[in-house]
Ligand binder design. Structure first.
Ligand code: DAH
Length: 349
């Protein structure tokens, strides 16, 4: 075959290369052992001397033509092959993912944390006590002996014997803290925790609820210390313009005892359904620690004095987040928790 014909054939063949396999066959056809270009090389010896140079140049140029096209096509085809491989193996990220629902902090826990923060900033420790409690701590050492009528209002669940019960209040932690303190002062603790009572559940009652207990023992403690402390906490939680007032009350472990009211943050004292038209809302019981309680726990009441208080955690959360049914705290419905989250969000604006 003449060089010109080979060149033409090569140009034609180059147009029909579609993949690497075609390209390889092309290489064998032209540069293989019996390839068309290879054979041109072996023809050189038959060419008359004066034409050798010219012939050699033409062979070279056709070889160059082949090589350039071959390299180009090889690059292109390899790239195309890689791309199609990548495309076929690609992960389709446009598919909607399966949704993982995000949890929400329990609204009660949140409120308790806020209260803890305020008290800790005033030097209080947060302590814990058992929910399964002894009659001794839950009642007797709080000045509520066996047979005392005050026990009726705190009927609870008993285990094993009448001496072991689910605590009806967090106040036994006062006793435990003082016994542990062994006369050391000052004592400044709060104890948020679960409490239980034999109550039928409705919008304002629950067999399980939470209290935030507080105890301070030091020298010369008076009601004004208690009032000042509670006032700081209430203002932090409900707003600077919220007032605190004490009403005389009765608890067996405090003397004097008070109910802590706060001015209604909804109507600002004018009267509304939240405050039952009184302008005030009760949030805690409190008082000056009874001398009997101090004495039974190893603190001489002639030297030491203290105050104590117990907030109802649900009640505070209900007020703060405008919740009108206590049961929502315990039915674990995430949709309801989310609503409160949003309310808080709005109220923070
Ligand atoms: N433990 C009381 C109750 O459950 C609340 C209470 C009142 C706690 C006065 C106190 C206190 O510490 O001083 O009703």
């Amino acid at each position: 075959m003449k060089i010109d014909e080979i060149r033409k054939l090569l140009e034609e063949d180059l147009k029909n290369i579609h993949n690497l396999k075609d390209l390889n066959e092309l290489r064998i056809k032209y540069l293989g052992k019996k390839g068309l270009i290879t054979e041109l090389n072996s023809e050189i010896k038959n060419i008359p001397n004066e034409e050798k140079k010219n012939f050699g140049q033409q062979v070279n140029s056709i070889r160059l033509l082949f090589q350039e096209n071959y390299d180009n096509l090889k690059n292109k085809l390899e790239e195309a092959e890689l791309n199609s491989k990548l495309a076929s193996e690609a992960i389709d990220i446009s598919l909607p993912s399966s949704r993982i629902p995000i949890g929400s902090p329990n609204i009660l826990e949140k409120l308790i944390e806020e209260v803890e923060d305020v008290f800790m900033s005033m030097g209080y420790d947060v302590v814990d006590g058992p929910e399964i409690e002894e009659d001794k701590y839950n009642f007797e050492m709080l000045n509520i002996p066996k047979g005392h009528p005050a026990r009726d209002a705190q009927d609870t669940f008993y285990l094993e014997s009448e001496e072991i019960l689910l605590r009806s209040q967090t106040s036994p932690v006062q006793v435990r803290t003082m016994l542990k303190g062994k006369g050391e002062v000052p004592i400044r603790v709060i104890c948020p925790g679960k409490t239980y009572r034999r109550d039928d559940d409705d919008a304002t009652h629950s067999h399980q609820f939470m209290q935030i207990e507080g105890l301070l023992v030091d020298k010369d403690i008076s009601l004004s210390d208690l009032k000042g402390t509670i006032d700081v906490v209430i203002k932090k939680l409900f707003g600077k313009d919220i007032e605190t007032r004490f009403r005389p009350s009765y608890y067996q472990f405090t003397e004097p005892s008070v109910e802590v009211d706060i001015s209604c943050f909804n109507c600002r004292g004018k009267g509304c359904n939240i405050c039952k038209n009184t302008g005030w809302i009760t949030v805690a019981g409190a008082g000056i620690v009874h001398p009997n309680v101090l004495r039974m726990s190893g603190y001489d009441p002639d030297i030491w004095s203290g105050f104590a208080f117990g907030f109802g955690a649900e009640r505070m959360a209900m007020l703060k987040y405008d919740i009108n049914d206590l049961r929502v705290f315990y039915n674990t419905d995430l949709r309801e928790v989310k609503i409160f989250d949003r309310k808080e969000f709005e109220s923070n604006d």
